[in-house]
Design a protein around this ligand. Sequence first.
Ligand SMILES: [Zn+2]
Length: 280
Amino acid sequence: MLHCKFNEDDSICSTIDYEENPDKYRGLIYCIDCGEKAWFTKGYETQKISRMACFGAKHKEGCNASTVEFVSDDPDNDEDEKNQNSGIRVDLDKVTSQSIYVSNDNNKHGDEESDWKGKSKRKIIGNSDGFPLSKSLRQLLTNLCRNSDYGDENQTITIVANSGRVVVEGDLRSNLVRIEDVSREHIGKDYIFWGKINNLNIDKKGTLWLNYGDNLLEPSIALNSKLKEQVLVNFKLKEVSELDGSDVIIVGHVGFSPQGKAIISTGFTKYMSFRRVTVK
Ligand SMILES: [Zn+2]
């Protein structure tokens, strides 16, 4: 869509308005038709395609404002869907940048699938029927996005760090927190946070803020400049704006600013993964 609603004064924001004044509009734009949060996607030019700038949103069903279709870069491997009732074990030590799936513009696929097969053969504990199963965060995120009830069926999860320290353990559902639902209840323990990045910005210190909405009030993920650089390299991004509109999953902890804004942080890029969307 090419126009959206600016929440502050209900005015209409065009793609030109947004590009000229991103700080004004960031996190405060909504679909005119269905009222869902929107994000901005820059226009781009390649040898083959010339694409206009536009707004995206996860529109409510039946909303007519969607003019372009956004598709997610899900891998084709649906093996994990068959194992919905099984326990999940994520070995963060084994999650390398190569094992995290990111699509390229040319629609080539990453090598998660082969890595996944290799990992399944390793003998690991944490599964009720004794059949080893490991799963990357990326695959967990795909399942959550496809089925928000995922995790309701007595699944358990164990996440182990480099040192062997157990970061998250227990039933999957009670360890999952949607970014929009994060509260002071979640202070003091690591959780698996997941949700949509509707906009992002970089502050004067070089910290990258991945925002759910209004960057003064609503929850954000904060990545210091070092982590930000690692995200660019490990997820093969040319610039951070490629993450606008993505789904994110992150194993980390939450704190609150003096203004009461939830800030989620983590120590390593391997504790997070993205499900990027591209214009079809
Ligand atoms: Zn809509």
